[in-house]
Structure formats: C-alpha cells, structure tokens
Design a protein around this ligand. Sequence first.
Ligand SMILES: Nc1ncnc2c1ncn2[C@@H]1O[C@H](COP(=O)(O)OP(=O)(O)O)[C@@H](O)[C@H]1O
Ligand SMILES: [Mg+2]
Length: 220
Amino acid sequence: MLLEINQLYKSFPQADHGQIDVLKNINLEIHEGETVAVVGQSGSGKSTLLSLMAGLDRQSSGSLRLREQEISEMSELKLTQFRAENIGIIFQQFYLMPHLTALENVSLPLEMFGNKDHQKRAKEALLQVGLSEREQHFPHQLSGGESQRVAIARAVVTRPSILLADEPTGNLDNETGVHVANLLFDLVQTTGMTLLLVTHNMEMALRCSRQLTLQFGTFQ
Ligand SMILES: Nc1ncnc2c1ncn2[C@@H]1O[C@H](COP(=O)(O)OP(=O)(O)O)[C@@H](O)[C@H]1O
Ligand SMILES: [Mg+2]
C-alpha cells in the first residue's frame, strides 16, 4: 500500500471558544499508480486533508502512512527530507519564486538535496510540460497556464511517490484549465504516477480512476 490513512481527525481551535472538527474519521487506502479524486463543497476540508498528507500540518489524531512510514512521527528535519523525496505538490496558486527563472524554479527541489543532474532533469521536466522555450523566463513573464505548467514540472522533477494537486486549475480560465488538465493527466499516465486530486470540478474528477466525496468532514 502506498498511502494508508486510518481514523484521521483534524480540529482547529476557534477564536472564541471550542473547536471546529474539520476532518472526522477519514479512512483511505491508495495503491501505487492509482488516480484518486476528492470532491466536495468549499469548506468541506479538502485542502486540510491534503496538507496533512503532505505533512504541512499535523493531524489531531489517527494515522497517516506513506510508504509504510508514519508521517506524524517524523521530526521536522526528517519530514522535510521525506517530503522532498516522496511528495510532489501543486496548488491553485502557483507559488513560483519570483526572482528565479522557470528553469531555476524547477531545478531548485533537486539542487537543495545536492542532485548533480539538476539542470538536465529540470530541462527534461520543462520539456515534458511543453515549456522548453520558456526556460529563461521569470514568473512575471509567464501566463497563468504557463506558470502552472512550471509548477507541475517542479512538482514532478523529483519523481515523487505521489502527486498531490489542490484545485490545480482553479485559478485558470476554462480553456487554459482544460489544457493544463490534459497535460497533467497525460503526464500522470505516461509516468504511471500516483495522483491525489482535490477539486470541485466534476469533469476533472471523472478523469481519475476513483472519486471520493468529502462532506461534513468525512467520506460519504
Ligand atoms: N488553519 C486553520 N485554522 C482554523 N480553521 C481552519 C484552518 N484551515 C481550515 N480551516 C477551516 O476548516 C474548514 C475546511 O477548510 P478547507 O480544508 O480549506 O476546505 P476546502 O479546501 O474543502 O474548501 C473551513 O471551515 C475552514 O475555515
Ligand atoms: Mg481548498
């Protein structure tokens, strides 16, 4: 099993008093090579679930194992390394480094861990998303669709065990969104990558092999 989530709960303290229980008893198993969509209304806890999977936040209770390793038991240092090796993430916002070129943005995750092939692999990743012509462009010189393609290249350049995507076309107009979605699914298919896609776009969700609906903090 690639990813195994058991009895996962997440609550946030509220400003006045008490807490909001955002995720309640989430159970999920994802096999290697699967593509899974999580759909649900705004506020249903999709991004919260994704950030727990990415180890960007800690659960209140329950277990979250990726490649047989319990994410919540890792130190921050171990988690940083583990995340860099195993998890690719794409957000609705592109979060490119504004002072780095497209090529530098993509090679950064490899460079950080001393990979000697970083330049070559970053160029390959940009080729995969059809942006070889844009290697030397800075983020402000790229369109929204191009920026998200750079972000996709950056997420897959490390060859992660799982790609987590949170509303990856949410900031793009319809036509560009469809184009980026096509590219993402082509990439996932040719590489056999495991994908967990969070979206409220049913059309996109249906392109995954499995769909799960999050409602009232749990899978329906
Ligand atoms: N850091 C936080 N502190 C307090 N409440 C939060 C925090 N993050 C998310 N929430 C709350 O958790 C709920 C789910 O949010 P989120 O996971 O972003 O939903 P979705 O991505 O499905 O729109 C919302 O009610 C939101 O206000
Ligand atoms: Mg969200």
